[in-house]
Design a protein around this ligand. Structure first.
Ligand code: ATP
Ligand code: MG
Length: 405
């Protein structure tokens, strides 16, 4: 039988696991990416330089190669393109309209609001006209964000009108469509829900608590699985997850959702039709649930049967984000020792030697993180702390190494 050809959108480091896994499952792989040099090209059977946000060009490429399936499971940037191409070629996909709902926070708000869910007060702006009035109507504290970005880029939290114009301009500069969302800041604790939908039936594969940095409330310092939710809260979260998924139209595939638990309400903040970043998709969800969601997504993209059978009791995982002193990084020590601690799945640096450590404007400005996997909640935190304590950094102009925190 001819081996199937899977088209993977994006050839960067975050797409490598999907390319490797598809190859190990016996498939051929076509990778497309806007850049001439990408790490996944060397592993792929074919690669082409095409912008993954360009739906028409990607369709032509996919048709020319006669692909058997298309996948964009690690970044929002190509989710709409994958859905568009799949729809046009009659391949499995989530549907173009659904993909747009899951990659645009304005559409998310409008649709979940119309479905009767509790959502933040919000206002969508396509220009700065009426900005101050919109903010006053939403009321402070509020959040200003682009409708279609990720990794917290361009997201600001304002407790008063000072800084509103700058926050709008920042959000606007990160918004591909140019639309900006202003919404009320929902009080409470943030819960992540990861799962997979098969034929319209969602399965929750992991819940986590997201703990923000105290000085940067929209950036998380720790993501801790399992969420350890009391039964009543879990039932409300399951209901809100089901309502959000069916309202936005996801009938098959992986999802990664963020909700605020605010009193009795479960308020949807953001939901993606792809796996979670910071190794949640590739390491954390498979560990906590026992389900290889990456493999399930490849099977799904190629029209093969998908079976999702999670462990009865979730295991634990933790993502600990560390900080460094401000300044330029001169040297980093102890990474190997940290990575060798049993239970550490990965030590990842967003910033390298020579990079500047600055304010936490968005998530990619966090210097890095440690992912730990174990059986219990207490273990994963202790292992993460131990690993972080072994890493030291020397800043430019200083002779001594200091611990990261
Ligand atoms: N209306 C809100 N009320 C309270 N907190 C919010 C609100 N909107 C955003 N946040 C906080 O800011 C974070 C980032 O916002 P959002 O998810 O909308 O942006 P994003 O670019 O998709 O970021 P991420 O990649 O972290 O999901 C959220 O995870 C949440 O902690
Ligand atoms: Mg988000």
């Amino acid at each position: 039988m001819k081996r199937k050809l899977l088209h993977v959108l994006g050839g960067g480091p975050w797409q490598l696991p999907t390319v490797r896994l598809a190859k190990s499952m016996g498939h051929r792989v076509l990778v497309s990416d806007m850049h001439r040099e990408r790490p996944a090209y060397a592993l792929a059977d074919h690669h082409e330089v095409v912008d993954i946000t360009d739906s028409e060009a990607t369709l032509q490429l996919a048709a020319r190669h006669r692909i058997d399936g298309i996948i964009c499971d690690t970044t929002d940037v190509g989710v709409v393109t994958a859905a568009f191409v799949a729809e046009r070629l009659g391949l499995p996909g989530i549907g173009y309209e659904t993909a747009r709902n899951f990659t645009n926070k304005g559409r998310m708000r409008r649709l979940t609001d119309a479905a009767g869910m509790v959502v933040p007060r919000y206002c969508l702006l396509s220009s700065a006209t009426g900005l101050a009035a919109a903010a006053a109507a939403v009321a402070y504290p509020l959040i200003v964000k682009p409708v279609d970005s990720q990794s917290g880029r361009g997201v600001s939290r304002l407790s008063a009108a000072a800084g509103l114009d700058a926050a709008y301009r920042l959000a606007r500069s990160c918004s591909r469509s140019g639309e900006v969302l202003i919404e009320s800041c929902v009080d409470g604790s943030e819960i992540i829900v990861d799962g997979f939908v098969v034929a319209g039936r969602p399965q929750i594969l992991g819940t986590a608590r997201k703990v923000p940095f105290s000085d940067s409330l929209t950036v998380s310092s720790r993501i801790h699985y399992p969420g350890a939710l009391p039964d009543a809260e879990f039932a409300r979260i399951r209901a809100a997850t089901g309502a959000t998924l069916s309202t936005l139209g996801l009938r098959d595939g992986v999802f990664h959702a963020e909700f605020m638990l605010s009193g009795e309400h479960v308020v949807p903040i953001d939901i993606a039709a792809r796996g979670g970043g910071v190794m949640i998709y590739t390491h954390v969800v498979p560990h906590v649930s026992g389900v290889n969601v990456n493999q399930a997504m490849i099977e799904r993209a190629l029209g093969e049967p998908v079976q999702i059978s999670p462990l009865p009791d979730p295991r634990a995982a933790n993502i600990e984000f560390f900080t460094m002193p401000r300044g330029r990084i001169a040297e980093i020590a102890g990474t190997d020792a940290a990575a060798a601690v049993p239970g550490v799945a990965a030590v990842h640096f967003n910033l390298q030697v020579g990079d500047q450590v600055g304010p936490l404007e968005h998530k990619d400005r966090r210097p890095g993180y440690v992912v730990t996997l174990a059986n219990t909640a207490a273990e994963v935190i202790a292992i993460g702390r131990q690993a972080v304590s072994l890493i030291q950094v020397r800043m430019d102009g200083r002779s001594e190494f200091v611990s990261i925190t």
